[in-house]
Design a protein around this ligand. Structure first.
Ligand code: UD1
Length: 414
């Protein structure tokens, strides 16, 4: 359980952890190379430990020390993503693309992860089929097999992050050229491409929605740095907006938060970016705004719950429209327990700012909802007790320590 004691303004400086959503596909990418890959600034979070377990079960030898992860994938002895770990984490599905790239075959289970929507993988599977992969589904298991994995022209009907990563991983060592149109443009995909290029992959169009990948036969040893987690940065900036105060966040990839920082400014925060450092100062209550989530460079769905919490303690009536994951309004029910005024109608939420909330016992429904409740607790009278916080530790290395270093009264109790 996490306990937050509200009403203390924040002040301080912290360094942001490495990005979960970048680290996970980068770890899968290490499978493509019959040798050693080193990743630095790897976050010590549950999803990373789960991905390590998957890679080990496939035959890789791993070492994680001081945020440096070494993956020796000289021997890959299994092509089956284990059921328990695969279902524990949505990102396990990108291991399938890497297995196809490495061995031309792979087996996976329908992935799990946060319960924020139905989260199908039809786009991933259709793209693999375009590359000559035969897919067979048995209950919740997927068998993917290709005689030779062939480059193909693929157009995604929606810029799915995971499907884009899977196509990249499968295409890097496929025969011939893959042209991927309608690709997702999230910064984590740029990081994955940057790492693969350092390993010798031929990828053009990075940062755009059209990637051209020419298959290569071999990759080489490389080391690469995981970028700072822009969602964690956004969470802590919103935390300062809820609690009031000021903070300096280092290494948090603020350059990839453009639209979020603009929203924060519209809500009354004074935000400044200098290199990879972002600073924020907030006096008064956050002003209401309208936010619509959308794929990058739009407002990220991963920060929607946290923005909702901040609006709930702000002033005026604001609107949130969720266009990416249908289940992402579950946070509202928990915030209601804290006295928030939020009305949900379909994919829209109307939030009336109340200035402050009341501490209550609430449940983290998913990773980002848990972080949102911690942020709400900073502006609540009395104690907020967050249960099921295992979800939070899937993505935040030390949310209590970070917020405490900024002056927050927040602790973990077993
Ligand atoms: C990734 C991120 C997650 C983020 C999301 C959107 C990781 C580990 N997770 O998730 O934090 O919230 O991007 O930015 O990087 N869809 C389909 N069919 C598919 C694939 C997706 O219909 O085959 C739909 C999903 O149900 C969802 C939307 O597309 O409605 C976006 O999903 P996607 O971009 O694939 O998200 P993830 O890769 O799962």
């Amino acid at each position: 359980m996490i306990i937050v004691q509200g009403y203390y303004p924040l002040k301080g400086e912290i360094e942001i952890q490495g990005s979960k959503n970048a680290a996970l596909p980068m770890m899968a990418a290490a499978l493509l190379h019959k040798g050693t890959t080193v990743l630095d600034h790897v976050p010590m979070i549950q999803d990373v430990f789960c991905m390590m377990g998957i890679l080990e079960s496939l035959g890789c030898v791993l070492c994680l020390k001081d945020h440096r992860l070494t993956v020796d994938a000289s021997e890959v002895s299994s092509m089956q993503i284990p059921r328990d770990r695969g279902r524990a984490m949505r990102s396990s599905i990108v291991v399938l693309g890497a297995l196809l790239g490495r061995r031309g075959e792979g087996e996976a289970y329908y992935p799990g992860g946060c319960s924020i929507g139905s989260r199908p993988i039809d786009l991933h599977l259709a793209a693999f089929q375009r590359m000559g992969v035969e897919i067979r589904e048995e209950n919740d298991m997927i068998r993917a097999e290709a005689g030779t994995l062939k480059g193909a022209d693929i157009t995604l009907s929606y810029p799915s992050v995971g499907a884009t990563e899977n196509v990249i991983l499968a295409a890097v060592k496929a025969e011939g050229r893959t042209v991927l149109k309608g690709a997702a443009r999230e910064p984590e995909i740029d990081a994955l491409c940057g790492m693969l290029k350092a390993m010798g992959a031929k990828i053009r169009g990075v940062g755009s929605d059209c990637l051209v990948i020419d298959g290569v036969e071999e990759l080489r040893d490389a080391s690469y740095q995981v970028p700072g987690d822009r969602i964690v940065t956004g969470t802590y900036l919103f935390a300062v907006m809820a609690a009031g105060g000021e903070a300096v966040l280092k290494k948090g990839s603020p350059e990839s938060l453009g639209c979020v920082l603009d929203t924060m400014r519209a809500m009354g925060a004074n935000v400044r970016v200098e290199g990879d450092t972002v600073s924020i100062a907030m006096t008064g209550r956050p002003k209401a705004v309208s936010i619509t989530t959308s794929p990058h460079p739009g407002f990220p769905t991963d920060l929607q719950s946290v923005a909702m919490a901040v609006m709930a303690v702000g002033e005026g009536q604001g609107y949130l429209k969720e266009t990416v994951f249908e289940g992402r309004f579950a946070t509202a029910k928990q915030l209601h327990k804290m006295g928030a005024e939020i009305i949900i109608e379909g994919s829209e939420a109307r939030v009336t700012g109340k200035g402050f909330l009341k501490g209550a016992r609430v449940r983290a429904c998913d990773l980002r909802s848990g972080a949102a409740l911690a942020v709400a607790g900073l502006r609540a009278e009395g104690d907020t007790m967050i249960t099921d916080c295992c979800h939070i530790f899937r993505g935040y290395e030390d949310i209590c320590g970070d917020l405490r270093n900024l002056g927050g009264r927040i602790r973990r109790e077993s």
